[in-house]
Ligand binder design. Structure first.
Ligand code: CO
Length: 169
């Protein structure tokens, strides 16, 4: 089932996520719900904390050339850790918790990631470009951080102004 997505400045988004130790049916349900919620919202990635669960789990499904996100392209990442990184790239990011706002953020252009799958098996993955960016963006959520916190002071002010303008109280 789908869940409501927490929207900035919801304080729950700041909560650090705990490592997963039980790879059980509850975790599998959470991952299935995260995937469903992400696809329904038209997103490419989602961290568990975005639906209020502070556990170190994220899902990513980058659209293929036709813009589709087939199930076989789904990447489920539990307990991620960046083992190596290099290069620097600027990438325009958005976030389901900060709707309709996009801005360039500086990230590593290449990473080597260690993580568990839904059964607790350990894997490593080398990623570059969009995938590397998406992983780093989602990992920020696990430490309670949003991409708007990586903006320069000037761009952050611009964001807050635009946000207030688009959402009058
Ligand atoms: Co996000």
């Amino acid at each position: 089932m789908t869940h409501p997505i927490l929207i900035w400045p919801d304080k729950r988004l700041k909560k650090p996520s705990a490592r997963v130790v039980r790879f059980d049916a509850d975790l599998h349900t959470l991952l299935d719900d995260m995937n469903e919620t992400m696809l329904q919202a038209g997103g490419v990635g989602l961290a568990a904390i975005q639906i209020g669960q502070p556990v170190a789990a994220l899902v990513i499904n980058l659209p293929d050339e036709e813009g589709n996100q087939p199930p076989e392209n789904l990447l489920e990442v539990i307990n991620p850790e960046i083992l190596e990184s290099k290069d620097e790239i600027l990438w325009e990011e958005g976030c389901l918790s900060v709707p309709e706002y996009y801005e360039e953020v500086k990230r590593h252009g290449w990473i080597k990631l260690g993580f568990n799958d839904r059964h607790g098996e350990a894997h490593t993955l080398e990623a570059e470009g969009f995938l590397a960016v998406a992983i780093q963006h989602e990992m920020d959520h696990l430490s309670g951080k949003l991409f708007i916190e990586r903006l320069s002071m000037l761009k952050r002010k611009k964001f807050e102004k635009e946000w207030r303008r688009s959402r009058p109280r």
